[in-house]
Ligand binder design. Structure first.
Ligand SMILES: *[C@@H]1O[C@H](CO)[C@@H](O)[C@H](O)[C@H]1NC(C)=O
Ligand SMILES: *[C@@H]1O[C@H](CO)[C@@H](O)[C@H](O)[C@H]1NC(C)=O
Ligand SMILES: *[C@@H]1O[C@H](CO)[C@@H](O)[C@H](O)[C@H]1NC(C)=O
Ligand SMILES: *[C@@H]1O[C@H](CO)[C@@H](O)[C@H](O)[C@H]1NC(C)=O
Ligand SMILES: *[C@@H]1O[C@H](CO)[C@@H](O)[C@H](O)[C@H]1NC(C)=O
Ligand SMILES: *[C@@H]1O[C@H](CO)[C@@H](O)[C@H](O)[C@H]1NC(C)=O
Ligand SMILES: *[C@@H]1O[C@H](CO)[C@@H](O)[C@H](O)[C@H]1NC(C)=O
Ligand SMILES: *[C@@H]1O[C@H](CO)[C@@H](O)[C@H](O)[C@H]1NC(C)=O
Ligand SMILES: *[C@@H]1O[C@H](CO)[C@@H](O)[C@H](O)[C@H]1NC(C)=O
Ligand SMILES: *[C@@H]1O[C@H](CO)[C@@H](O)[C@H](O)[C@H]1NC(C)=O
Ligand SMILES: *[C@@H]1O[C@H](CO)[C@@H](O)[C@H](O)[C@H]1NC(C)=O
Length: 601
């Protein structure tokens, strides 16, 4: 009969990377089947345990048999968690083989679980048979506070990880999937290696099917069977460095946050060149009907190529500040910047008076439009996370080090699934404004309101100027308000930024919350996000975090945040000249600043 052991595990440690100390979880050894002390069975068992223990020095799984006559034979195996080091595995198995004879001195059928390993033996042969019993459940006591239904759906999707585990040589897979964009779900699934792929898959699918029963709405859970086990948490509990190595079948569901996509080195300038006729046909000769908008560098048109592909064409109002060859080389480099949170540059056209850049078409409007629409908390978190990863890629993960210099809501496009894509990056490069890594420029390409003070006032820019702009974007997304002058009627807080700082110091940050978020947002997450935003907009660029820290801080709640210093209260000089670049905004009323229950939702 299926023996179900419910174990209430309060998970206290946040980061339980494999340690050398074996952490005992539970054991099962029913006293209904016992052997006689000092019998042949006992000596066979002792032999088996020493064989297992000694073989743990070189492998994470081992099965063995001890004894000749059927009545005395002992079958056994150990399984170490796929991500633990050989040392930790050895240590765990050694502990298990010595402790098990104290916990189960005379029992014939035994399973004992530790954090890093499992040991099992029996007088019956059980190799190659998927077994669900005895089973053990454990869960984190904390409840899922946001979108519990979607959380359950994400859990149901763990069957995809089961397939990866079943098809891998090690019968092991881990995966990180985004839940809200800020919170990821980490899962680990593993079978004993004596199982076939299909039995392993079957075992894991059965275990996953238990999650709604055992661990409903819990932020962490485990189902342990003798033949397989499943665990998920909202923090990285496994060693992803080693977890990825031995399991080639275990590809992540979505690429890791800042993966550097394989760049196609076969791309040539020729392959990026569009001829004017093609672009004119696609855009109906730049017809007014096809115009999507107008940005700092010129008008943007929608087009459709002969093959049906939709494109966005930027018709540059001025020619590049550099020679044709340099321009083409820069386009080539920028076209190689490929990330799911960047709008892809498909090519260019240089003919006669025309300088055109051809981009993938992103169907939805830009973020500044949606800021005032009903974006729920999880959408906003996804958007924030995506923007952060896109900038991180530009700053650190691409081969080029690109400073965007004009990050703002109207430069964040949203695809049909509302995933953010950053546009207009690399413009300074293509226009030969100057060296990209850092420097001093007289041609300021940014937008007031988003620009770091050192850039706006002195033309000094660095990756930290982008971090500043990101901080402003973050505040806008969280509050649903624009960082513009006239934001607030009193002089004490003329911009969103200063208003945020004021409320922060008064301990009233929650008043910044977009009223639309009232139901979907967890206040602690909101506070944390605002806190990160304030770190990004600190006056002294040195104090601002890098984008990689920002991505980490957004992702892991266990990373503590430093106290923000005073932000840069940049009120702008020629701000009126640039107001149009902020996009067409719905006008603000003073009422919009009051958080109240009767704001229409
Ligand atoms: C088996 O264990 C149960 C309780 O766990 C105990 O009541 C019973 O006496 C034990 N039987 C034997 C034969 O030891
Ligand atoms: C295992 O031991 C139990 C009794 O302890 C016995 O009933 C059973 O037949 C044994 N199984 C095998 C395969 O020897
Ligand atoms: C089993 O053997 C040990 C020594 O080898 C002895 O001390 C113990 O009394 C024996 N137990 C039984 C039940 O025969
Ligand atoms: C591993 O197990 C085999 C038998 O299963 C045994 O012969 C061998 O000695 C063990 N390895 C070590 C290092 O003890
Ligand atoms: C280990 O298990 C396999 C079945 O998966 C079996 O064929 C093999 O004999 C077992 N090895 C030992 C030493 O028992
Ligand atoms: C095995 O055990 C059964 C009872 O458990 C017994 O009848 C049989 O004789 C034993 N066989 C051997 C070879 O010891
Ligand atoms: C989780 O939710 C359950 C039922 O809704 C409740 O009984 C329990 O107290 C909650 N646990 C925590 C830690 O909030
Ligand atoms: C589950 O996986 C499918 C296929 O990968 C995906 O389309 C879907 O969005 C996922 N669902 C959730 C809730 O993550
Ligand atoms: C993260 O999850 C959200 C659902 O909240 C989904 O819409 C989005 O596509 C995911 N984002 C990424 C970058 O995978
Ligand atoms: C993670 O695994 C890698 C590779 O096996 C190893 O070098 C590293 O020490 C492990 N980290 C921890 C925290 O165990
Ligand atoms: C834009 O996103 C919304 C979700 O808010 C979606 O319903 C709509 O289909 C998208 N529009 C386009 C053109 O893809």
């Amino acid at each position: 009969m299926a023996e179900v052991i419910l174990l209430f595990l309060s998970v206290v440690t946040l980061l339980s990377f494999p340690t050398t100390k074996a952490v005992y979880i539970y054991h099962s050894c029913p006293n209904t089947t016992v052997f006689t002390p000092n019998s042949t069975f006992q000596s066979n068992l002792n032999h088996l345990l020493s064989t297992l223990s000694s073989n743990a020095t070189r492998t994470g799984f081992y099965n063995a048999t001890s004894g000749r006559t059927p009545n005395d034979t002992v079958y056994g195996l150990f399984l170490c968690r796929g991500d633990v080091t050989t040392t930790a595995c050895k240590s765990c198995v050694t502990t298990a083989t010595s402790e098990v004879v104290q916990r189960c001195p005379v029992e014939r059928e035994v399973v004992i679980w530790y954090n890093d390993c499992m040991l099992r033996y029996s007088n019956k042969s059980f190799f190659s048979v998927a077994s669900e019993s005895p089973k053990m459940f454990a869960w984190n006591t904390q409840n899922v506070s946001i979108e519990p239904n979607r959380f359950s759906q994400v859990l149901a999707n763990l069957t995809e990880v089961a397939t990866a585990a079943a098809n891998s040589g090690e019968k092991f897979a881990t995966r990180e999937v985004n839940f809200t964009g800020l919170i990821s779900l980490y899962s680990l699934e593993q079978c004993t290696q004596d199982l076939s792929s299909s039995d392993c898959n079957w075992c894991l699918v059965r275990a996953i099917a238990e999650l709604p029963t055992c661990c409903s709405r819990k932020i962490g859970g485990r189902v342990l069977y003798p033949s397989c086990n499943v665990r998920y948490e909202v923090y990285p509990f496994y060693n992803s460095t080693s977890a990825l190595a031995p399991a080639p079948g275990a590809r992540p569901l979505s690429p890791p946050s800042s993966v550097t996509k394989a760049e196609n080195d076969m791309t040539t300038v020729e392959s990026l060149q569009f001829d004017l006729g093609t672009v004119e046909a696609a855009t109906k000769k730049f017809s007014a009907d096809n115009m999507l908008g107008e940005g700092g560098f010129g008008q943007v048109f929608k087009g459709t190529l002969d093959n049906g592909q939709e494109i966005a064409v930027k018709r540059l109002s001025k020619s590049s500040g550099q020679g044709v060859r340099e321009f083409k080389n820069e386009v080539l480099l920028v076209a190689k910047l490929q990330h799911r949170n960047l709008v892809k540059l498909l090519g260019f056209c240089l003919e006669g008076e025309e300088t055109l850049l051809v981009y993938e078409y992103v169907p939805n409007k830009s973020l500044d439009y949606f800021l005032f629409e009903q974006l729920d908390w999880s959408r906003r978190c996804t958007i924030i996370g995506g923007i952060a990863r896109g900038i991180l890629y530009l700053h650190e993960d691409s081969r080029l080090r690109v400073i965007h210099r004009d990050l703002k809501a109207s430069n964040i496009l949203l695809d049909a699934n509302m995933n953010p894509k950053i546009s207009d990056f690399g413009m300074a490069r293509m226009f030969g404004v100057d060296d990209q890594t850092q420097g001093n420029t007289r041609r300021i390409v940014g937008t007031y309101g988003y620009m770091a003070p050192e850039y706006a006032m002195e033309g000094l820019y660095s990756v930290k100027s982008d971090v500043f702009s990101f901080g402003i974007l973050l505040l806008e997304i969280l509050t649903g308000r624009k960082n513009i002058l006239g934001f607030h009627p009193t002089n004490s807080a003329p911009t969103l930024l200063s208003f945020a700082w004021q409320l922060w110091n008064e301990g009233k940050v929650l008043e910044l919350m977009d009223p639309m978020l009232k139901d979907s947002c967890n206040p602690n997450e909101f506070l944390r996000c605002i806190h990160i935003g304030l770190l990004c907009i600190q006056e002294d660029a040195k104090n601002r975090p890098t984008m990689s820290s920002v991505v980490l801080m957004l992702k892991s709640e266990s990373i503590s945040l430093s106290k923000p210093e005073r932000p840069a209260f940049f009120t702008g000089r020629s701000i009126n000249d640039h107001c149009h670049t902020l996009g067409d905004l719905p006008s603000f009323s003073v009422n919009a600043l009051t958080i109240s229950d009767d704001i229409p939702r």
